[in-house]
Design a protein around this ligand. Sequence first.
Ligand SMILES: Cc1cc2nc3c(=O)[nH]c(=O)nc-3n(C[C@H](O)[C@H](O)[C@H](O)COP(=O)(O)O)c2cc1C
Length: 340
Amino acid sequence: MVIRVSSPDIQTKISFPRILLAPMQGLIDAPMRDLLTRIGGFDICVTEFIRITHTVHGKSMWLKYMPELAQNNQTQAGTAVAVQLLGSHAENMALNALKVVKLGANHIDLNFGCPAPTVNQHQGGAVLLQYPEKIEQIVATVRQSLPAEIKLSAKMRLGYEHKNLALECAYAIEQGGAGEVTVHARTKTEGYRPPAHWEWTGRIREALSIPVIANGDVFTLADYHQIREISGCTDVMLGRGAVQCPDLARQIAATNRGINLPALTWTEILPWIEDFFNGCCQLSNSHVNYPVARLKQWLGMLRLHYAEAGELFIQLRKITTIADIQKELSLLTSENGISV
Ligand SMILES: Cc1cc2nc3c(=O)[nH]c(=O)nc-3n(C[C@H](O)[C@H](O)[C@H](O)COP(=O)(O)O)c2cc1C
């Protein structure tokens, strides 16, 4: 992100390290992107992956995953959104990328890291990390199909079962013509088991000339400083840490500007919970299960940071109707006297 400091005679450009919100299928969807970017700190978000098989998806499919297409590729808070594609057929990836660009997208991200067995069985995601030449072909075919002003990036893990092709894969992404790459510092086999190997991200950063974004296991401010120090990367992507601690990016962005912000208290988080639930209700229209499941899923993660979220989870567990949950949440929020 660039800000301009104005004085009567000079305009100085200051660049701050970027903080990206990770793509997370089933977890960071449009209501969650909207919420987290309004709380603040993020420069870019990436949609959940959209699987590309043999067809070109229609407009409704793209809008389902990326409603921000209808708002100039931005969340309500004005944060840029990239759309992530996952697949292995280079021409179909290119045709779909072109389609979503025609619908208004200006940043395509390619997924070379998904560990899901169903995805890998169809030769998509992390399985491609065994074949750097295939990665390069996909990236190059997509790049060549797109107008030059459309950004193309990719996201990778360190490998499938081992890390010995990590540098080749990263290099394939650069050679194919991607403008930057995010590295989730684990192999597919390592799943989400700590530790994330940030030193490997550093090796990739040193080998490439495009920007490398560091990702994996940033849950606190201290983790943020450590991942930057070990990887040497300027830009960092946050995933689970941002869902568990919704103002983590805001605190990081503030410290990058020399300001220490106090963390949001549970009382301050409550209205955001109500807001998120209402956002999910709007998206799902009459489907009762979606907002209730999403709320409970989020509370389950929030309780790792706020013990009160666990209590709220128990309190809401037996309530099944949207109206009753809304009543309960709005009562809690007004009791605490805070609004978003
Ligand atoms: C539930 C879940 C869904 C995910 N979905 C995606 C996805 O759609 N695309 C992708 O590139 N990575 C996906 N990831 C990986 C994350 O983007 C990120 O790389 C990983 O969680 C490590 O970062 P973190 O430790 O900050 O969470 C997913 C991870 C989780 C846990």
